[in-house]
Structure formats: C-alpha cells, structure tokens
Design a protein around this ligand. Structure first.
Ligand SMILES: NC(=O)c1ccc[n+]([C@@H]2O[C@H](COP(=O)([O-])OP(=O)(O)OC[C@H]3O[C@@H](n4cnc5c(N)ncnc54)[C@H](OP(=O)(O)O)[C@@H]3O)[C@@H](O)[C@H]2O)c1
Length: 265
C-alpha cells in the first residue's frame, strides 16, 4: 500500500468519477490515502462522493465539473490541478450510443468520439507530459472487451475503445521509459448505472455475465505497472483469449455481435 502511494501519489485525478467504475476507483484510492480530484459533468453526485470519501479516509477531495468531450479539457484540468502534485490519472468516462450504426444520429457517434477518443487523447497528452517531467506516476485508460473485435449495435463505440486500448499500449512503452506506468484496462460487462440503464436483458452467454465495478477497479490498480493492458476477471480473460487468439476474426465478430444483438436489439 505504501509503495503504491509512493509511486503514484499524493494526488490522483479521476476523469468520470461520480458513479460506476469511476466511483469505485475514487473510493479505493481514498482508502489507500490518495488526495483526489474528481471530475464529471454533474456537480451534485461528485460533491456527495467527495464528502463521503473525505470523511471516511481523512484525505483532501476536490471536485471539478467538466465535459471531458469539450475542446478545453486540458486547460480546465490544468487550471484545476496546477498547484497539486498529481501522480495518477484515470480516464474512465465514456459515451456509448447503442443501436444499429446507421439508425443512430451521427451527432451521437461524434459525441462518443469526442469523449472516448479526443478526451482520452487530450488528458493523456497533458498529464503524460506532466508525469514524464516529474519522472514517475501512472495513467489508467478504461477500455472494453468490445475493443478486441468489431461489434454490432455498438460499432462506433467499439472502434473508439480500440483507440483507447492501442493508445494505452503505445504509451506503456513510451512513457514507461520516462518512469510513468500506463495501463489499458479492458473491462467486460460491469454492473454500473450506465450498463444497467442500457438493457433489461440478461446476457445469453455465461462468458458475458457482468462483474462488480469494485472488482474491475481493484484489478486495474493491481495491474498498473505490471502489464500494458489487462482484461478484467477470469471469465473475460478466457473470452478475450478465445476472441483474439483462437477464433478466426469473422467468428469472433459474429460471436460477440450475437450477444450485443440479443442485449440491445
Ligand atoms: N459498464 C460496463 O459494462 C463497461 C464495459 C466495458 C467497458 N466499460 C468502460 O468503463 C468505463 C466506465 O464505464 P461506466 O459504465 O462506469 O460508466 P460511464 O458512463 O462511462 O462513466 C460514468 C462516469 O463518467 C462521467 N461522465 C460521463 N460522460 C462524461 C463527460 N462527457 N464528461 C465528464 N464526465 C463524464 C459520469 O458523470 P456525469 O454523467 O455527471 O458526467 C460518471 O461519473 C468506460 O470507459 C466504459 O467504456 C464499461
């Protein structure tokens, strides 16, 4: 625990912090003694979480209301954190419009690119420089099992998540040489408000059974510094090996798409 705070503390920024996996990251970092900057669009849930963590663990918790898909994200985060010794940054927020690609309004797809691609790029670039100059720290970028192959009903979201995984892996190499650990966290279905609001169906395959957000966050914190990217949970790791290494590409796309069509059509 002390080694983790020495390596990645004393301040962490969680981008997309107020609920789901982001809230779990925030609570787990508070528990480890990190001071936190919690970022999301809605101030109410952020402030509630900030007081809960601050009271429980006697750490300093600040909140920053910000749309991570906006072009001014680096300057806003820079302004909010310039006086803080930030050692760990987690880019967790994403937008996932669900439906057949051509049925979803193109503006919704662009919003997903803004949050999942451009937001990730801006935050990783801004803090990548800061952490590299500092000579130590960590960045976790949240990705998804849908980044492994093309996926119907979330075709654009899956493509944005492929960007997230590949960016994290390239930065693992580049920034690793400057003392900064980078991890792409490849989560499968996870019981977050976003996931639970997206469907009322239970996955047809046992391989797609959802995990708890706390378990996803805990494993990612454990994987940071160990590997370029890590799949969350044993079932998802088995599925990822099957999809990425064993099945022909066409079969992998069809297998995953059958599940998303069952869940979302
Ligand atoms: N849940 C799953 O089944 C699943 C599966 C695979 C991968 N993942 C990945 O795990 C990550 C977290 O997923 P999640 O389900 O916990 O929920 P999420 O909807 O991606 O993120 C929720 C958090 O992000 C904030 N947020 C969303 N859009 C934002 C924006 N434009 N600007 C600032 N903050 C924003 C939300 O607060 P506000 O609404 O107040 O902004 C909330 O705090 C994502 O990267 C997702 O791709 C999730």
């Amino acid at each position: 625990m002390t080694a983790f705070v020495d390596r990645y503390g004393p301040w962490a920024v969680v981008a997309g912090a107020s609920e789901g996996i982001g809230a779990s990251f925030s609570k787990k970092l508070g528990e480890r003694g990190f001071n936190l900057v919690l970022v999301a669009r809605r101030v109410g849930p952020l402030e509630e979480l900030a007081s809960e963590i601050g009271a429980k663990h006697q750490v300093e918790v600040r909140v920053q209301a910000l749309d991570l898909g906006a072009p001014n994200v680096s300057s806003e985060l820079g302004h909010a954190t310039e006086a803080l010794d930030v050692g760990l940054v987690i880019y967790n927020a994403a937008y996932s419009p669900i439906g057949a690609f051509i049925e979803v309004d193109v503006e919704e797809h662009i919003k997903a690119v803004n949050v999942n691609v451009l937001g990730t790029l801006r935050v990783a670039h801004y803090f990548g420089r800061r952490l590299a100059d500092r000579g130590k720290g960590g960045i976790i970028i949240m990705s998804s099992m849908s980044s492994i192959q093309g996926t119907a009903m979330v075709a654009n979201y899956a493509a944005t998540k492929a960007y997230d995984t590949i960016l994290a892996e390239g930065l693992w190499r580049e920034l690793g040489q400057r003392g900064v650990d980078v991890l792409g966290c490849i989560a499968g279905a996870t019981l977050t408000p976003n996931y639970e609001g997206s469907t009322d169906k239970i996955p047809s395959s046992w391989l797609a059974r959802p995990m708890k957000p706390g378990d996803v966050a805990e494993q990612a914190l454990h994987d940071l510094g160990q590997r370029p990217s890590g799949v969350s949970g044993g079932r998802n790791r088995f599925a990822a090996a099957l999809l990425a290494r064993l099945l022909p590409r066409r079969a992998a796309i069809e297998m995953v798409s059958k599940e998303t069509e069952h869940m979302y059509r």
